[in-house]
Ligand binder design. Structure first.
Ligand code: FNR
Length: 346
């Protein structure tokens, strides 16, 4: 194990992380009925405050963005106030914390929001919404230009709110088949207007969200999570990679805080990307890269030492081990993760 992992990492001129271990965003559904984060959530994040960076669970940018029960939001006054005490508790321990800004798009349900869910095209995803009483996804409504403009401004306002709540920055959730990703994949985006049909048009929504947020809170405070490999809530289509080839180069020009792989298992070689997701991103993007996806600390550290990526995000093992940093430093065995650990917020 290299000591390098525990050295600080300078993300940019304004943010330095106390080490190179990142908490991956993990939806836990412990917010209250108004999607307000609770004090227990603050304690949960603070227990992990010796990490370099914590990325919160997916956080709704508006009422219509919600995709799961009891996820937190960052659009109401009460939510902003409650997040402030979460960020304060985390900062006392030294970690930085970014809010993961989320819009579910077609992976929502009218019972969350009173409206038919929005998506680039009226193409539904078949399946049941996790953590609900057998709610099924339906056919979404194709977004009008006005809907698109509203969503972009909701993202921007949520980013402003997050900074007001004391977050060090935001991660735009462009991964895992949710709204932004729905624009980026050919299976879910059949538009023929300015938002679909060519790589530039498919990537337009993703970049409008980014540019709006950068203009509002500054480039140093923005990260982007992407899933060029459609592995979740989506099937890959040949040609998808062209959208990402274009998008990564455009994001690189914006010089943001980091790019983050959105993939469950980064060992998988994706033929149309020419390698693993992290390898594809490293090849096409020069800035800070956070890799994640079924890595152990030991393996991730080796790969960082080989300069395959800059920071290592850990998900499930941090649910099982709030004291992962301490245990790793002391060479202690980590507890194995089980899905039944999701019922409690330890
Ligand atoms: C996730 N993941 C996830 N990803 C994301 O971008 N936003 C989210 O809110 C969530 N929520 C979530 C909840 C739970 C219970 C799991 C298990 C996963 C994906 C997560 O960030 C990560 O990519 C995967 O868990 C793979 O990394 P590990 O767990 O192998 O380190």
């Amino acid at each position: 194990m290299s000591a390098n992992l525990f050295e600080p990492y300078q993300l940019n001129e304004t943010i330095t992380l106390q080490n190179k271990i990142v908490m991956a965003p993990l939806t836990r559904s412990f917010a209250d009925e108004d999607l307000v984060p609770t004090p227990a959530m603050g304690d949960y994040y603070a227990r992990r405050g010796d990490l370099g960076l914590i990325i919160t669970e997916a956080t709704s940018i508006s009422k219509v963005a919600q995709g799961y029960p009891n996820i937190p939001g960052v659009y109401s006054k009460e939510q902003i106030v409650a997040w402030k005490s979460v960020t304060t508790k985390v900062h006392e321990k030294g970690a930085k914390i970014f809010s993961q800004l989320f819009h579910a798009g077609r992976l929502s349900h009218k019972d969350f929001q009173g409206l038919t869910p929005l998506a680039p095209s009226a193409i539904g995803f078949e399946g049941r919404i996790p953590r609900t009483d057998n709610w099924q996804y339906g056919t979404p409504k194709e977004m009008t230009i006005k809907d698109i403009e509203t969503s972009v401004s909701d993202f921007v306002q949520a980013a402003v709110n997050a900074i007001e709540a004391g977050f060090d920055g935001v991660e735009i959730h462009g991964a895992n088949g949710y709204l932004i990703d729905q624009f980026l994949h050919l299976e879910s985006n059949k538009r023929t207007d300015a938002y679909g049909g060519t790589p530039e048009k498919n990537a337009r929504f993703a970049l409008e969200v980014l540019d709006g947020i950068v203009a509002a809170i500054g480039k140093d405070k923005v990260g982007y999570r992407l899933s060029p490999h459609a592995y979740l809530h989506m099937s890959p289509t040949e040609g998808d990679e062209k959208n990402f080839d274009y998008l990564l180069k455009e994001i690189e020009k914006r010089d943001i805080a980091y790019l983050h792989t959105g993939v469950f298992d980064d060992h998988e070689v994706v033929p149309y990307l020419g390698g693993k997701v992290s390898e594809y991103m490293r090849k096409n993007y020069k800035g800070t890269l956070i890799a994640n996806g079924s890595y152990t600390i030991a393996e991730g550290t080796d790969l960082m030492n080989e300069n395959k990526f800059d920071l290592l995000a850990i998900g499930r093992s941090l649910i099982a081990n709030p004291d992962l940093v301490e245990k790793t430093k002391n060479n202690e065995t980590l507890l194995a993760y089980h899905n039944d650990m999701l019922t409690e917020l330890n």
